[in-house]
Design a protein around this ligand. Structure first.
Ligand SMILES: [Mn+2]
Length: 134
C-alpha cells in the first residue's frame, strides 16, 4: 500500500508521483525567487504556475499560489496571477503551489516568507523540502 505523507513517499512509488513532487518543488523555488520588493504579487503566481504548466500539469494546479499571513491564517493579499498590488518590506505571506491528480493524489509544498525591512526575502520555513523515501 502506498500513501503520501508530507514530503515523504512511503513505499516504492511511481514515476509520476516523483514527477509531480519535483514539479511542485521547482514551482515553489521559482516562485520564492520571484519575490522582489516593488514587483506585483501576481508575478509570484505566474512564475510558479508557469513551471507547472510547462510540465503539462497546469489544469491540476487549481488554487491561488498563496496569501497574506498575519493574525489570521488567510489574509490579504490574495496571491493570484491578476494581483497588481506591489510587494513591500514587512509583508508576510505564503507560497504554496500544488498539483492534484484525481486518480493519483496530490502534492502541495508550502513556505511562509517574510520580506525584511532591507528587502531581503527570508523563508521562515526550515523543514527540508527534498523528497525522502521511507
Ligand atoms: Mn494557505
Amino acid at each position: 500500500m502506498l500513501r503520501y505523507y508530507p514530503k515523504f513517499l512511503v513505499g516504492e512509488g511511481t514515476k509520476e508521483q516523483e514527477t509531480i513532487y519535483e514539479t511542485v518543488l521547482a514551482a515553489n523555488l521559482a516562485a520564492i525567487q520571484a519575490v522582489k520588493v516593488g514587483t506585483p504579487y501576481g508575478i509570484i503566481d505566474q512564475t510558479g504556475r508557469g513551471v507547472i504548466a510547462a510540465k503539462g500539469y497546469g489544469a491540476y494546479f487549481n488554487n491561488r499560489i498563496g496569501h497574506g499571513l498575519g493574525l489570521d491564517v488567510h489574509e490579504d493579499p490574495s496571491i493570484n496571477g491578476e494581483n497588481e498590488m506591489l510587494i513591500e518590506p514587512g509583508h508576510v505571506f505564503t507560497i504554496e503551489p500544488g498539483i492534484y491528480l484525481p486518480s493519483l493524489g496530490g502534492v502541495r509544498i508550502e513556505d511562509d516568507v517574510y520580506v525584511q525591512p532591507n528587502g531581503q526575502v527570508e523563508v521562515l520555513t526550515h523543514y527540508p523540502k527534498q523528497l525522502r523515501r521511507l
